[in-house]
Design a protein around this ligand. Structure first.
Ligand code: SF4
Length: 261
């Protein structure tokens, strides 16, 4: 154990790393999760587990409802604290847990919320996948650049992933080649766009057709924010707006008024 870990941190370590909610249990999937997006741990450290989140953060399913219950939030924070403070220890603990008989031949979803927030953390997962060829792992991710560099050249055969729209790296995705997931206002919009819904089973995101449609969460504020758009078009609009603002911003040493140009 690294010397900089104090007793308080050790006490916060989760007893069980993998969990199952009702939906995942029905399809035999176990889940590892982190807190969603940005926040502050109890010890004062700030974090961002979704560094490439874009518009998705405005309508993040994992920042409302049961995810805000103190016991759930504490569990997610404990998971992240373990990873941040002792990555090798967490990796060893994960491998120990994955050896349980009940998981034989099973599927592990990496992240119900959160993402592969660093190269070190992603590499740890790649080592875990390779160490357990008898298990199947899958993930949604917005870390396009990280995956292009670290995963795509030599992916573990038992690791499947889908790139999800709504992030700051959307423009690097090619839906004619990449497996992609998009969030749509409703089921009809999924069909109209030629995508296939994964509503029947989350595993369809990686085992079904390559263009994956996800029906939007029907929370009123989310529906309003989406304004009938899908994540990919909403993100593309925001990217365009940001680029326009950047072009309009006066450059140091440049003209201060249009008439001075
Ligand atoms: S990447 Fe997922 S968990 Fe993270 S902010 Fe976006 S929707 Fe939430």
């Amino acid at each position: 154990m690294p010397e900089n870990i104090d007793a308080r941190t050790v006490a916060a370590r989760p007893r069980q790393l993998l969990t199952q909610n009702r939906e995942l249990k029905a399809i035999g999937v176990w889940n590892w999760t982190l807190p969603a997006w940005a926040g502050r741990l109890d010890d004062g450290r700030t974090f961002n587990t979704c560094p490439s989140a874009g518009i998705c953060a405005q309508v993040c399913y994992a920042r409302q409802g049961t995810y805000l219950w103190p016991v759930v939030r504490a569990k997610h924070h404990a998971n992240l604290t373990f990873v941040l403070d002792d990555l090798p220890g967490w990796e060893a603990a994960m491998l120990t847990e994955l050896a349980a008989k009940k998981l034989t031949g099973g599927w592990i979803r990496i992240h119900d919320s959160g993402d592969f927030f660093s190269d070190h953390y992603l590499r740890a997962w790649l080592r875990i996948c390779r160490s357990r060829p008898d298990l199947h792992f899958y993930a949604y991710t917005k870390e396009v650049d990280r995956f292009r560099r670290l995963v795509e050249p030599d992916p573990p055969p038992n690791f499947l992933w889908v790139y999800s729209y709504g992030g700051t790296q959307d423009s690097q995705l090619d839906p004619t080649v990449d497996r992609v997931a998009d969030v749509f206002p409703d089921d009809q919009a999924i069909v109209d766009a030629g995508f296939s819904s994964q509503d029947a089973s989350d595993l369809l995101a990686v085992l079904g057709p390559r263009l994956v449609g996800i029906p939007a969460n029907r929370i009123r504020a989310f529906v309003k924010a989406m304004a009938g758009r899908r994540f990919s078009t909403w993100q593309a609009y925001e990217d365009k707006q940001r680029a326009a603002r950047r072009r309009r911003r006066p450059r140091p040493g440049g003209p201060t008024h249009p008439s001075a140009a």
